[in-house]
Design a protein around this ligand. Sequence first.
Ligand code: PAF
Length: 289
Amino acid sequence: MTVRLVPTIDALRAELDLARATGRRIGFVPTMGYLHDGHASLMRAARADNDLVVASIFVNPLQFGANEDLSSYPRDLERDTEISAEAGVDLIFNPSVDEMYPFGPVLSSVSVPALSNQWEGATRPTHFAGMATVVTKLFWIVGACRAYFGEKDFQQLAIIRRFVADLSIPVDVVGCPIVRADDGLALSSRNSYLSESERVAASVLNRALRAGAALIEDGESSPTVVMEAMAGVVGEEPLATLDYAALVDPATLEVPERIPATCRLLIAAQVGRPRLLDNLGVNAPGGAP
Ligand code: PAF
């Protein structure tokens, strides 16, 4: 399978407009590169459902805070091209920052404050508006398509689903399951920052989620008990510092009073340099409707 790099907005639009005009369905996988098997699983899903698959690789400055890792964010276009080709991608849109933001500072913004202010947004206050703005821009460039996102960034996915619905953007958003290493660690480009001992410690996030899920499946009805149990598991790992361990309603991302029939456990912790995120969907046996 050959994959072609398309660095400009005009060239990508022309190609995708032509494809749509001949009845081809477009699958789109937005990424910031440094691809891993989680990204490849999104690309394979897009390949299975569509006639033409485009991935974007763009490290979006708007979604990094002033003290975050924008300049050191890992990049490897050659390897990314190979992974994309193997996963069945036809086109990689890899614009420069000037191509995406030719007028310098971006004065317009898309934001969904009700879903953005808590959890990740509490620690990274500008992150979700930067993410939503670039995803909206990418959707405008790619046009009508199915777009594939990992459930690993669960809050991001909830925000994208909401602004796509609110703004009637002609994109079908497809959420895909988290891909994990053998010890349960969710794959992430930032895992490359972990030292050997931190990498071992990082599996504590998944252990905490599974401890929370086990309590729910055993009939626990209090979100607080579940959240404290998850925090307790992380507390036992000296290399991890918990940011939050939460049980939320999957649509509102708020902590309910009683555990509903379907809920999401969210967790974030600092392990060495990176902040790691993970989450798990759980069905409660006697959950509140
Ligand atoms: O999840 C990511 O990699 C990024 O937030 C996204 C969706 C590609 C926007 O830059």
